[in-house]
Design a protein around this ligand. Structure first.
Ligand SMILES: CC/C=C\C/C=C\C/C=C\C/C=C\C/C=C\C/C=C\CCC(=O)SCCNC(=O)CCNC(=O)[C@H](O)C(C)(C)COP(=O)(O)OP(=O)(O)OC[C@H]1O[C@@H](n2cnc3c(N)ncnc32)[C@H](O)[C@@H]1OP(=O)(O)O
Ligand SMILES: CCCCCCCCCCCCCCCC(=O)OC[C@@H](O)COP(=O)(O)O
Length: 390
């Protein structure tokens, strides 16, 4: 095992990563709260600032996935569709089987600039074009318009209470639901309507299955499929169609396409967040199909059948993948930008400095007892953590 791989497995390194994420997250939350007075004055500016703040947090987990654990998503898609990615608003329909599917989603977003900021930095720092100054919606600088992007999702209400991530999503105008239609319908429609004048291009993620796949849930949902006379699915739960239909209806004219995304991992890997933090490399494959929104029926019943048919196709892709290890279509490799890593290193350096001062103070305090107690605590924690991970 190389030194770098050994370091990745060390509790102290992982503790530093989690410390950095949590403290920078709370700082981001605080800065987001500071934007509150701006909302009534200049809502679009407040939204843009929140997107950038969101990027500085979310991209840390992309850096963790791609640079720390070395996991790279392999993208399968039709090259004719590829040209649209990152340049239009879209609804993303994704299977929900893996603990780190959201991380792979963010990595996908980042490759196409939909996570937040890197296009601006690329242009301003790498290509040396002028900073885009906007006023009354016009470009005043002489660089071409820069696409500004954001990722959104439909998530269960409980996630909005999570410190750091949930609070950040609140400011990013994620759509939260209680998964009880009667209670959700008003706020769901309102949240979708709010996205109609969102100043950034966005991708809106919908897990139509409504919950993560387990064998037990699969069995129950296939009983529902049987009662409804629908073909059984092997790799997916039966999709809930109401949320998809409402999203499509409310985002028509705003969103150009549905991206049907099917994610799987090679060699039957069962990836975990802890594994990623431990520096374990996984092998995700993501198949993306672009379906123009006009081909999704407007009528609720027809839209429902359309979605069921889509899931039957997705199920077939997964079945073929389980035999061949491949999705259809050529592999495309969008470039990995350096910004997620630069942002992560920046935060880590900034937040490690107070820790370093604390350490110096500890050593200078000269108290052997305190130093020994600290070393003993760290060793015990490392040992305990090591036995949990093994
Ligand atoms: C690799 C990634 C690629 C791309 C990613 C790209 C971009 C990423 C972008 C952004 C990322 C940003 C952040 C993401 C990060 C992390 C967060 C990720 C996910 C969050 C996870 C979640 O929270 S998932 C849970 C929330 N989502 C949903 O629930 C959506 C699906 N549900 C619905 O749409 C529902 O319709 C509803 C919730 C809106 C309403 O549900 P309700 O039940 O009240 O009404 P319905 O009409 O839908 O249901 C009643 C009908 O259902 C039938 N029924 C009963 N039991 C079942 C069953 N087990 N399965 C299926 N159907 C069932 C029942 O019979 C009723 O049928 P009727 O015919 O009588 O209507
Ligand atoms: C640099 C360190 C980075 C550390 C990264 C940590 C990031 C934590 C982000 C948490 C994001 C939470 C996303 C959770 C998705 C989720 O919650 O899925 C489950 C639900 O669908 C189904 O729930 P249910 O139906 O109730 O079982």
């Amino acid at each position: 095992m190389g030194l770098v791989q050994w370091l990745k497995g060390q509790f102290l390194c992982q503790l530093i990563i989690c410390y950095g994420f949590l403290v920078s997250g709370l700082l981001v939350n605080l800065l987001q709260i500071c934007t509150l007075p701006l909302w009534p004055i200049n809502k679009q500016l407040a939204r843009r600032i929140n997107c950038k703040l969101g990027y500085s947090l979310t991209s840390q987990s992309v850096a963790l996935l791609e640079w720390w654990s070395g996991t790279e998503v392999t993208f399968y898609t039709d090259p004719a569709d590829y040209q649209f990615y990152g340049k239009e608003n879209a609804i993303i329909v994704l299977n929900h089987n893996f603990e780190i599917d959201f991380l792979c989603g963010w990595a996908f977003c980042d490759r196409f600039g939909v996570l937040g900021i890197h296009h601006i930095l690329s242009r301003c720092l790498l290509l040396k074009t002028h900073w885009r100054r906007t006023s009354n919606g016009r470009d005043l600088g002489n660089c071409p318009p820069i696409p500004l992007k954001a990722s959104k999702c439909l998530a269960k209400k409980e996630l909005s209470y999570l410190p750091v991530i949930g609070w950040m999503w609140y400011f990013l105008e994620m759509v939260f639901i209680k998964r009880k239609w009667e209670e959700d319908k008003r706020s769901f429609v309102q949240s979708l309507q709010n996205l109609r004048d969102y100043p950034e291009n966005f991708w809106f993620l919908l897990h139509c299955e409504g919950t993560r796949f387990t064998e037990e849930k699969h069995q129950i949902s296939m009983e529902v499929a049987e009662k409804k006379g629908l073909p059984k699915l092997k790799h997916h739960l039966l999709p809930r169609t109401k949320g998809f239909w409402v999203a499509v209806q409310n985002l028509r004219g705003t969103v150009a396409a549905v991206y049907c995304c099917t994610l799987n991992f090679r060699n039957n890997e069962t990836p975990t967040l802890l594994g990623v933090i431990n520096g374990k490399k996984y092998h995700p494959d993501l198949y993306i199909r672009r379906i123009p929104l006009e081909s999704v029926p407007e009528d609720e019943a027809e839209c429902s059948s359309w979605l069921h048919k889509l899931y039957q196709e997705k199920d077939q892709f997964q079945e073929d993948y389980s035999h061949t290890g491949y999705f259809p279509g050529p592999i495309v490799t969008p470039l990995r930008g350096p910004w997620a890593l630069i942002n992560w290193i920046g935060w880590t350096c900034l937040l490690l400095y107070p820790l370093y001062l604390l350490l110096v103070q500890l050593v200078l305090s000269g108290s052997i007892l305190t130093i020994l107690a600290t070393v003993a605590f760290c060793s015990a924690a490392t040992e305990r953590y090591g036995s949990v991970c093994r």
